[in-house]
Design a protein around this ligand. Structure first.
Ligand SMILES: Nc1nc2c(ncn2[C@@H]2O[C@H](COP(=O)(O)OP(=O)(O)OP(=O)(O)O)[C@@H](O)[C@H]2O)c(=O)[nH]1
Ligand SMILES: [Mg+2]
Length: 571
């Protein structure tokens, strides 16, 4: 065998890029269940297989024999044809369908080394002598009748009732330099073969069509129709070989029936230049389709990224909304109703607020007293009610936000699948109650600090401290949950009239301006804390999206590798 010149393409560069692309495709994930993803995943496997089965082995060994795969419908006569072309019984034809389950690769004895290792169709175990039985085996047969530069592969049927047969047929055709596609007078217009032929055309693989088992005299009628179908599918240049149905001799077709096909096959490889052209065409054709598909896959990855962004945005928007609603409810007195109001009235009505406002030692002593008597003070119960009120508010809005995210996500199949995959997202986080209670306590702590700061360095300090910051803090809290900045008539009504007692005192101490300002600051602080907590709830959704997001570099990697291959092909 003489060496083939392949100056027209940068074999080494292409090999490196194709290898890198293969590795990238192995790692490629399209985790979102978009309608396009299933197809994209299928195509990913297809391109990867195309690279592994054909492009990479061919780039490594441009001088390996041309592999012609004989494929087509069941019972079309493929095995009979292979036996007839090589003039020996190398593969078993049969009456039962499908007959050929394990593929049979026929080669010249001198070409054995090209097929014995896993260079091509590496996933199939080699069997020599005996009979291969399963779709994961490849039967190797050496015959002198074939030129060393040509190997023939008898494939199972493409339209088999056996799924493994169909997959294997596709796999084998992917590995081919050349397709010998066999159909019959009865079946040439079927849909399945044309699906395969369309992919052959897009892959640019060399192809010869055999119209087999043609009733004598029927060819004249079929040929023009077949030719127009081929032209329609971009295969107008493919030669057509008509084989008349006739008597078989020892299970083989008469010599005259296969002479043309054999001559064509041998002609393709006899001449080094012709072989180089065939190999290069199939190779660049395959690489061209690999590039096209890779660019489409990059697009699909990009769409998944954009969809993931949209899902994450829907989640953060729902929780931002929830935070705004919480802020609104805090202002319009929602918290100050029911239990909280009742406890506040207790606090005021029993005179405990006044005592609290006037007690400089404040809570510590009272807590000890409460501990001894076991009777919770009104101030504690009020505080508990506020904690519970804020917690309820946060939970209600968090539940609503979860439902809103679910509603938006369910609008897309990918979002729906994501929710099904992450059932914990149906409800707010289990820690929400505990975190809300802590939020209220932390906020109250900050409120006390605020009051202490307000008092420090001023003449009011001593007075404020003498009245007790705890009491002042309680009055401020009520102010925060009422409608406007300061505690004035409107809020006093909400709070049951008796708020005025504390307010008057507080305003007398700090001035109404300061009370208004402090209330605003305390409210802003509460808003900030509730927003942060709800933002954390949103993060659970964003994290779930991130777990189902394609690798952020994937799209750019695919585009870069496709561009490299384009350059290597000189396109
Ligand atoms: N008389 C006659 N019989 C043929 C001809 N070609 C094939 N047959 C018979 O048709 C049957 C099917 O042929 P095969 O060669 O096994 O067909 P195949 O395409 O390999 O079938 P699968 O392996 O099942 O896909 C066998 O019994 C053959 O002997 C022909 O030209 N004339
Ligand atoms: Mg067969």
């Amino acid at each position: 065998m003489g060496r083939i010149e392949h100056d027209a393409i940068d074999v080494e560069g292409l090999g490196a890029s194709a290898g890198a692309l293969r590795d990238r495709l192995v790692a490629l994930r399209l985790p979102l269940a978009t309608p396009a993803a299933a197809e994209a995943r299928r195509r990913t496997t297809e391109v990867r297989r195309q690279l592994e089965d054909y492009v990479l082995p061919r780039l490594r060994d441009l001088d390996a024999p041309v592999l012609a795969v004989v494929g087509g419908s069941t019972g079309a006569g493929k095995s009979t044809l292979v036996n007839s072309v090589v003039g020996a019984e190398v593969t078993a034809p049969g009456v039962l369908r499908p007959t050929t389950r394990a593929p049979v690769l026929v080669h010249h004895p001198d070409a054995a080394r090209w097929f014995e290792d896993d260079r091509v169709l590496g996933s199939l175990a080699r069997v020599r002598g005996g009979t291969a039985e399963g779709p994961d085996q490849l039967q190797l047969v050496a015959v002198d009748a074939l030129p060393p530069e040509l190997a023939l592969l008898d494939a199972p049927d493409i339209d088999s009732v056996v799924a493994a047969n169909r997959d294997l047929a596709t796999h084998l055709l992917d590995a081919a330099d050349l397709w010998v596609f066999v159909t019959t007078a009865a079946r040439y217009a079927d849909a399945v073969p044309w699906g395969f032929l369309r992919s052959a055309a897009s892959r640019g693989v060399g192809i010869g069509l055999v119209l087999d088992r043609v009733p004598p005299g029927a060819a004249g009628e079929i040929r023009p129709h077949l030719a127009s179908m081929l032209a329609e599918h971009g295969l107008g240049d493919a030669p057509v070989f008509v084989v008349d149905e006739g008597e078989l001799e020892h299970g083989r077709l008469p010599e005259a029936a296969v002479a043309d096909l054999r001559r064509w096959l041998h002609g393709l490889v006899d001449d080094h230049e012709a072989r180089a052209v065939l190999v290069r065409q199939s190779l660049t054709g395959a690489l061209g389709s690999v590039v096209g598909t890779t660019e489409e896959l990059a697009g699909a990855v990009g769409e998944q990224g954009a969809l993931a962004d949209a899902l994450a945005t829907a989640a953060t928007a729902a929780f931002d909304d929830a935070a705004r609603q919480v802020a609104r409810d805090v202002r319009d007195g929602t918290v100050m109703r029911g239990e909280v109001l009742a406890r506040w009235q207790d606090l005021v009505g029993t005179g405990e607020l006044l005592r609290e406002l006037q007690s400089r030692i404040g809570r510590v002593r009272d807590r000890i007293a409460a501990g001894i008597t076991g009777r919770p003070r009104h101030v504690d119960r009020f505080q508990g009610a506020v904690e519970h009120g804020v917690e309820t508010l946060l939970r209600d809005h968090a539940v609503e936000a979860c439902e809103e995210v679910a509603r938006r996500w369910r609008a897309t199949p990918a979002g729906a699948a994501l929710l099904d995959a992450e059932p914990a997202l149906a409800a707010p986080s289990p820690e929400l109650a505990e975190r809300s209670a802590r939020l209220v306590r932390d906020w109250q702590g900050a409120l006390l600090d605020l009051l202490r700061q307000e008092g420090s360095g001023k003449r009011t300090t001593a007075k404020l401290l003498s009245y007790g910051v705890n009491g002042a803090a309680l009055v401020l809290m009520v102010g925060v949950f009422a409608q406007t900045g300061g505690i004035t008539g409107a809020e006093a009504a909400i709070a049951g009239g008796s708020t005025a007692v504390g307010t008057t005192l507080l305003e007398a101490l700090l001035g109404d301006q300061a009370v208004r300002r402090l209330t605003e600051r305390a409210r802003a602080d509460l808003d900030q804390r509730t927003s942060a907590l709800l933002a954390d709830e949103a993060t659970r959704f964003v994290d779930a999206v991130d777990r189902h997001r394609p690798d952020p570099d994937a799209e750019a990697d695919l585009r870069r590798l496709a561009a490299e291959l384009r350059r290597g092909l000189g396109r």
